[in-house]
Ligand binder design. Structure first.
Ligand SMILES: *Cc1c(COP(=O)(O)O)cnc(C)c1O
Length: 354
């Protein structure tokens, strides 16, 4: 068990930066609020929780994070409703997941009481940065890095848990067409694919840049063994609609257990849509594309919620998807965001008021 001590220290900013920000022209992930949260793991316990003005860190160059990539992160959002109340979406699922990611990278778990206190205090201090204009939200980035100053190749004894906030408008990924992966892999059996490990993203940048050169925005990763099974989009989980059934790969050690994914599966069940969580072959999706039963492909993740995919390429086959008139992608996006913005009933207890 990790113990906690000390009370939260808050150091106030002298002048808010908020008036220098154009909230109608935000680039995703580039603008940060006035405050940041940090908490240090030293001598086997989390200590010194602090909220202070957002700014650069001073970290020893020998810190393990720089050498061995001992780092994990999360992505979550806060939403402001018409009466200016602020809501999180399934926040304890993010805590549980960052702790699973940490465990896989031999890093300590972060306690629930500190997480909720830090996150809600931070959001309250930066509340004016959360807008309730359509599509606006606060993107929340918790992360943990190994800070112990020593380059021996073993787990660090010191860490920093942090939360930073970035105001976001509705995220439009542009037109997305994908390549089904054949050469490179994102995750392997027994690896770290299920964890939100920083290095998983670094490993995708190069193959994705090759896909960009061919005119594809993303890669759908297949299993590393046979490349016969479609697994996920690397920053999003992936869904296929064949006829009126929704197909998605089952969670495994190669696939990230997305909160958007599992919320969509629940919403599909609520709406009497048949969902199949099972291995999906490249072959069956190509056949469905050929015989006209492949109706939709979409990605699901916190940042964009749902990203419709307009086409794919695999070997010699290029396929364009004709957008469905009553698409599942828009149905789920509407249902999910209505819960997030507190305009629909929350029958599953997903909202969390700060
Ligand atoms: C974060 C992430 C997702 C999406 O998870 P959400 O909880 O829905 O945001 C999907 N795949 C990968 C690899 C991810 O890192």
């Amino acid at each position: 068990m990790t113990k906690t001590k000390h009370t939260l220290t808050v150091k106030k900013v002298e002048n808010s930066k908020i008036n220098s920000v154009d909230f109608n022209n935000l680039t995703f992930g580039k603008t940060f609020t006035d405050y940041m949260y940090s908490c240090d793991f030293v001598d086997g316990e989390w200590t010194n929780p602090t909220i202070e003005p957002y700014g650069p860190l001073q970290i020893d160059p020998s810190a393990r994070v720089f050498h061995y990539g001992q780092a994990v992160f999360e992505g979550m959002k806060a939403f402001k409703d018409a009466s200016n109340d602020v809501w999180l979406f399934r926040p304890l699922d993010n805590l549980e997941r960052i702790n699973k990611s940490s465990a896989r990278l031999a890093m300590p778990k972060f306690p629930k009481d500190l997480f909720l206190e830090g996150l809600t205090t931070l959001l309250n201090l930066d509340k004016d940065w959360i807008k309730n204009t359509p599509g606006s939200s606060m993107y929340i980035r918790p992360f943990v890095i190994a800070t112990e100053p020593a380059i021996s190749a073993s787990p660090a004894s010191e860490y920093k848990f942090m939360i930073i906030l970035s105001p976001a408008q509705s995220y439009y990924a542009g037109e997305v067409r994908v390549l089904f992966a054949e050469e490179y892999s994102r995750a392997a059996n027994g690896g770290v694919g299920f964890a939100k490990a920083a290095g998983n993203y670094a490993a995708q940048f190069y193959p994705t840049s090759l896909a960009h050169k061919e005119g594809y925005q993303q890669i759908i990763w297949t299993d590393a063994n046979s490349h016969e099974y479609l697994e996920e989009a690397g920053t999003m989980n992936i869904f296929f609609r064949v006829n009126d059934s929704l197909l998605t790969a089952p969670i495994s050690d190669r696939i990230l257990d997305g909160i958007t994914r599992k919320s969509i599966i629940q919403l599909a069940k609520d709406n009497n849509i048949n969902v199949e969580e099972r291995p999906i072959t490249v072959k069956e999706i190509k056949e469905a594309a050929t015989n006209g039963t492949l109706k939709e492909i979409f990605g699901a993740g916190t940042a964009a919620v749902i990203t419709p995919i307009l086409g794919f390429k695999h070997r010699d086959m290029k396929h364009e998807i004709i957008p469905a008139s009553e698409s599942y992608a828009s149905l789920f996006k509407e249902k999910l965001t209505a819960i997030q913005y507190n305009v629909a009933e929350d029958t599953h207890g997903w909202r969390y008021k700060i």
